[in-house]
Design a protein around this ligand. Structure first.
Ligand SMILES: [Zn+2]
Ligand SMILES: [Zn+2]
Length: 160
């Protein structure tokens, strides 16, 4: 029985080694293919620069999927914080909207969080209640007038 176990152990170990070796070889081949751009829609028939074309194709795919994912999270964030609208003027085009720090301590935070990654940061941190949604116009207005948008000033003047 003991010897059986040893044999079994031995053989499984050998199999593992064999597998690891084969895996390594497979991985090396895969990397080589990847480096040479062999996966993708182009082949040698596409001309002498098909390797470069493939590389560009894959970079493009990667960029697109990253952009798509980032955009999805951005839309999710502005829905979460502002119902998809600027808190001040009601602008609802996601491209014009951004997360704005309610307490105005954005400069410091922005330094810590990579540019354009605020929505991702907010999602990862469980949507902390420190943001509101503002369009770029209102954001700029808030910045220029130190925390109050010109829209609000106009409204105040009208009311007075
Ligand atoms: Zn606005
Ligand atoms: Zn405004």
């Amino acid at each position: 029985m003991v010897s059986f176990c040893v044999i079994k152990y031995e053989s499984s170990k050998r199999a593992q080694e064999r597998w690891a070796k084969r895996n390594k070889q497979y991985f090396r081949d895969w990397m080589k293919r990847k480096r040479e751009g062999l996966t993708g829609p182009f082949s040698e028939a596409d001309g002498p620069d098909w390797v470069a074309k493939n590389r560009e194709y894959h970079l493009q795919q990667k960029r697109e999927s990253t952009n798509r994912r980032r955009n999805d999270i951005h839309v999710e964030a502005i829905q979460h914080y502002g119902g998809g609208k600027c808190f001040c003027c009601g602008e609802d085009e996601p491209i014009f909207l951004a997360l704005d720090h309610i307490n105005g301590d954005g400069a410091k935070h922005r330094k810590e969080v990579e540019r354009g990654h605020m929505s991702q940061w907010a999602k990862r941190n469980g949507w902390p209640p420190i943001f509101r949604v503002a369009c770029h116009n209102c954001n700029h207005g808030l910045f220029r007038l130190g925390g109050i948008c010109p829209h609000q000033l106009k409204k105040k003047k009208k009311a007075a």
